[in-house]
Ligand binder design. Structure first.
Ligand SMILES: Nc1ncnc2c1ncn2[C@@H]1O[C@H](COP(=O)(O)OP(=O)(O)OP(=O)(O)O)[C@@H](O)[C@H]1O
Ligand SMILES: [Mg+2]
Length: 297
């Protein structure tokens, strides 16, 4: 338990492996030297009828790094991840996977290339056990032909080992998923994606419905997945969740990019005020007459 916490904590603070210059990236440039990004969008755009959901957005996802996508409601975050996860092709610009143009017919194609998306509703069955939810149709079997049977013992063991290796402490893999906390459910979904060979993990607002402690749990597993060498795309509207784990930060506002910042280029405070709403919140605080008193030494 302590080991887990230490490892996860260390991971959060450490610089991304082999990315000496990542932190020094200037807005829009964010790069890791010559390494080919796992995913890259170049000037991607998407419209729905008359609505421009995304306009000229460029970003990259590297192995062993967390790319945070930040923006207020309607900023285009989900639209961007739908492009990354093969749900929609972009209307303009290019989407590259491992440096080559991607031609996905759907999310299944993206998953086959190791791009796994964990949606907020998680597609889990609450009354079914943790281990059943973990496999959902891909359970290990033994025997052949008509004698082929579910290998429940191996399934349970695999889930236990996989959860443990991610530092997830769930006592009983037979307990219904519905009895887990939101953070634990997210963690099981992350462990599942890692187990099934994800190279890229896309998480759409995994912490938005969680309290501080549970959000911390999920942030630890994000760091853990990153340390295993996965490229992580973490969507959130909360800079306080993004900052501790992010290596680069893509800010979206009404479908347009407001820049991509390396970790060393931006403070948590700057990230907060860069976000749509940061300036408005300051204005609102002022309007409501609740400005903080000046700090006197
Ligand atoms: N399938 C669709 N049809 C029509 N408009 C859409 C569709 N998907 C998204 N939009 C519009 O595109 C814009 C961006 O939406 P998107 O869901 O990407 O935002 P978001 O940043 O994920 O917001 P939230 O934080 O509320 O989830 C919004 O104005 C939305 O109404
Ligand atoms: Mg969304």
């Amino acid at each position: 338990m302590t080991g887990t916490d230490e490892a996860a904590h260390g991971a959060v603070d450490k610089a991304p492996a082999g990315t000496e210059e990542a932190g020094k990236a200037s807005p829009g440039a964010g790069g890791t030297g010559s390494a080919v990004p796992l995913l890259e969008t170049r000037g991607c755009g998407k419209t729905f009828g008359g609505v421009i959901a995304l306009r000229d957005v460029s970003t990259r996802v590297h192995a062993g790094e967390v790319t945070c996508v930040l923006g207020d409601n309607g900023a285009g975050k989900s639209t961007l991840i739908k492009i990354l996860s093969g749900v929609h092709p972009p209307d303009s610009g290019a989407y590259l996977v491992d440096g080559a143009p991607a031609a996905f017919a759907g999310p299944r194609d993206a998953l086959d290339r190791g791009i796994a998306t964990v949606y907020q509703d998680l597609a889990m069955i609450p009354l079914m056990s943790v281990w059943r939810n973990f496999f959902l149709g891909s359970e290990p079997t033994r025997g052949r032909g008509p004698l082929r049977r579910l290998d429940a013992a191996r399934a349970r063991r695999t889930v236990r080992e996989e959860l443990r290796s991610m530092g997830i402490d769930i006592r009983d893999v037979d307990q219904p998923v519905g009895t887990l906390s939101g953070g634990e459910r997210q963690s099981v979904a992350i462990a599942r994606a890692v187990h099934f060979g994800a190279r890229v993990l896309i998480l759409d607002e995994p912490t938005s419905a969680l309290g501080v402690k549970q959000a911390g749990v999920v942030l630890r597993y994000i760091a853990r997945a990153r340390d295993r060498g996965l490229g992580v795309v973490f969507i959130t509207h909360n800079p306080h969740h993004a900052y501790p784990v992010g290596d680069r930060f893509l800010l979206l506002n009404r479908g347009a990019s407001m820049g991509e910042y390396g970790r060393a280029d931006v403070t948590r405070q700057e990230l907060t005020s860069l976000m749509a709403g940061g300036a408005e919140l300051e204005q609102l605080t002022h309007e409501l007459g609740r400005d903080e008193p000046p700090v006197t030494p």
